[in-house]
Write a protein that binds this ligand. Structure first.
Ligand code: AMP
Ligand code: ZN
Length: 112
């Protein structure tokens, strides 16, 4: 599988891992856009949000709960942002779905 994030899950490309279980993997973003910026990804290869199936509902819920738990462990009790980009116009560059979790700075709205 020629997918960067599948290779990170497989340990073929190093990452600063925060958490792993049978369904999800979380690691620090290599180009942080906030003092805290990590990614939560499914171990299952799903290219974009448009490829989600109903059977993935529990998986995506688990991703979101993992994001919340890790954000709080990393000291983001004052607030944080969760972002998922979908396809080119949505700003997606890695085609394996991922939740960005950003915190420890004031966010603004709308995002650029
Ligand atoms: P997106 O533009 O939403 O697809 O986000 C992809 C994210 O993956 C970007 O924030 C990148 O900085 C991040 N990224 C790319 N390569 C790596 C890597 N090897 N380790 C950690 N994060 C990465
Ligand atoms: Zn993948």
């Amino acid at each position: 599988m020629d997918c960067l994030f599948c290779k990170i899950v497989a340990g073929e490309i190093p990452a600063r891992k925060l958490y792993e279980d049978d369904q999800v993997f979380a690691f620090h973003d290599i180009g942080p856009q906030a003092p805290v910026h990590f990614l939560v990804i499914p171990k299952k290869h799903i290219p974009t949000l448009n490829d989600l199936a109903e059977e993935d509902n529990a998986l995506t819920g688990h991703m979101l709960f993992t994001a919340q738990r890790l954000a709080n462990e990393l000291g983001c009790e004052a607030g944080f942002r969760v972002v998922m980009n979908c396809n080119d116009q949505g700003g997606q560059t890695v085609h394996h779905i991922h939740m960005h979790v950003l915190g420890q700075r004031q966010m603004t709205w709308p995002p650029g």
